[in-house]
Design a binder for this molecule. Structure first.
Ligand SMILES: Nc1ncnc2c1ncn2[C@@H]1O[C@H](COP(=O)(O)OP(=O)(O)O)[C@@H](O)[C@H]1O
Ligand SMILES: [Mg+2]
Length: 260
């Protein structure tokens, strides 16, 4: 079976600066792959290129075995962007946001059908937000917002979820519910590409780990081969840190047990 996502030899330049250099990434069907790396290492750029939001200079992306330029079944892909991009300034309610996940399924632009409403209510219940259906997204906690965005992907019947730092700024309890939710989805055949600083309760779910460093793949293998460095603060940096040859493996990825 072909991988659900395959990125081969991807290079990306932003503002004249090389941000990704010949990156390879595969997510097999039913896998949860964690994409780790310090702030500025290119994780968001890689997932945005993988879902077709930014063009590659070189290389290819295939989604469900179809080269990106020919890919059309966007409902199969659920992309949950990095927190700040998704929520800032959005006054929409949970219901509206989740309903937007149905848009790509409708044959014609128009009024939502009963099936759309049912899918929305089902997806919102699935992520444990049934009682927040009419709450503005902005009033929810970070973890609840992430779950609402996952519900949007579920409402569209996505079978590949690409999530950019869904646990960032989320308390441990909500990380656990997120882990439980993802575990359940993967048992039902979904695949997940998860960008993370820290794995926390997700760790046992991870089939494979890819570590980016300064735009190239530094490690691709089991999570057990990754060295987490506790106490290394990387969040809130706006500038990319310089590559640090003195630090083995992934300098800058948050270890388990970090509190923020
Ligand atoms: N739109 C952009 N224009 C120019 N440079 C960018 C842009 N977006 C990101 N970058 C740069 O690309 C590098 C990788 O960024 P990003 O993919 O967001 O990393 P990460 O998600 O790992 O923190 C950073 O140095 C960042 O400053
Ligand atoms: Mg990022």
């Amino acid at each position: 079976m072909s991988p659900v996502l395959s990125v081969h030899g991807a290079s990306v330049t932003l503002d004249g600066r090389p941000v990704l250099r010949r990156v390879d990434l595969e997510v097999a069907s039913g896998e949860i792959v964690a994409l780790l790396g310090a702030n500025g290492s290119g994780k968001s750029t890689l997932v945005r290129a993988a879902v077709g939001l930014i063009p590659l200079d070189e290389g290819q992306v295939e989604l469900f075995g179809t080269p990106l330029p020919r890919f059309r079944t966007w409902r199969r892909l659920g992309y949950v962007p990095q927190h700040s991009r998704a929520v800032a300034g959005v006054p929409a309610t949970v219901q509206e946001v989740v309903m937007s996940g149905r848009l790509s399924r409708r044959p014609f632009v128009g009024i939502a059908r009963q099936a759309d409403h049912d899918a929305v209510v089902g997806a919102v219940a699935r992520v444990g937000l049934a009682d927040r259906l009419r709450s503005p997204l902005a009033e929810l906690s970070g973890g609840q917002q992430q779950r609402a965005l996952i519900a949007r992907a579920l409402a569209g019947d996505a079978d590949l979820l690409v999530m950019d730092e869904p646990t960032s700024g989320v308390d441990h309890e909500n990380q656990e519910s997120l882990a439980e939710l993802l575990g359940g989805l993967v048992n039902e055949g979904a695949s997940v590409l998860l960008v993370a600083h820290e794995l926390g309760p997700m760790r046992p779910l991870i089939d494979r780990t890819l570590v980016l460093r300064a735009g190239h793949v530094d490690y691709d293998g089991p999570v057990s081969g990754v060295t987490f460095e506790e106490h290394e603060q990387v969040h809130h940096h706006t500038e990319a840190p310089e590559p640090r040859p003195d630090v083995p493996n992934i300098g800058g990825v948050w270890g388990e047990g970090d509190v923020r």
